[in-house]
Design a protein. Structure first.
Ligand code: 5GP
Length: 179
């Protein structure tokens, strides 16, 4: 195990298995609706999850990336700044938004609102992880990989100070690294 990790919360094997289940569930749901989602992943944390998930989506999808950050320390908390926008217009599209983790829910709420304002027909969310105890705004992902307790996690895309995104599992960061 990596020296920064206190304990493994979700193993690589469990992530692989769950990505397959989610991919199959998503494929079935969209096939029933006769729709192909435009998959939008939020940089950078969702990249490993996206890469594993899309292998199991049995539809002719396209994917695209967005990078957003919140205006922390300003009055407009809750609003988001777009660092990298999508390549195409989303007007009339069914979006499947891919997130690494839903924490307070603010990012998801703002990005969903933004995509709808840009004319998206429908926005569904798939998140690898969910910390329901931390929610401050009312929003839920449509598909969740794993519910986890209120701990700061790293790995499989999730960083601390831009590091540890490449760990193949999700683990709890040792307290001494951030205290
Ligand atoms: P929210 O807007 O839901 O509060 O925050 C979502 C973002 O906060 C995630 O995309 C992620 O970047 C970050 N975040 C929330 N909890 C954790 C965590 O436990 N570990 C890491 N590395 N990032 C987190």
């Amino acid at each position: 195990m990596h020296e920064a990790v206190d304990k493994i919360l979700v193993s690589q094997e469990a992530i692989m298995k769950r990505c397959q289940e989610l991919g199959e569930e998503i494929s079935d749901d969209y096939r029933k609706k006769n729709t192909v989602p435009y998959v939008v992943a939020l940089l950078k944390g969702s990249v490993p999850f996206l890469a594993e998930l899309v292998k199991h989506i049995d539809l002719d999808i396209q994917f695209d990336f967005m990078d957003v950050s919140s205006y922390e320390g300003t009055e407009s908390i809750g609003d988001i700044k777009i660092n990298k926008d999508l390549d195409c217009s989303v007007k009339g599209l069914s979006i499947l938004l891919v997130e690494d983790i839903v924490d307070t829910g603010r990012t998801l709420k703002e990005v969903t609102k933004l995509l709808k304002n840009k004319g998206a027909e429908d926005v569904k969310v798939v998140s690898l992880l969910d910390k329901p105890d931390r929610r401050t705004v009312e929003i839920e992902a449509d598909y969740v990989g794993f519910e986890i307790p209120n701990e700061f996690v790293i790995g499989f895309g999730l960083d601390y100070d831009q590091k540890y995104r490449n760990l193949p599992f999700v683990g709890v960061l040792k307290r001494e690294y951030y205290e």
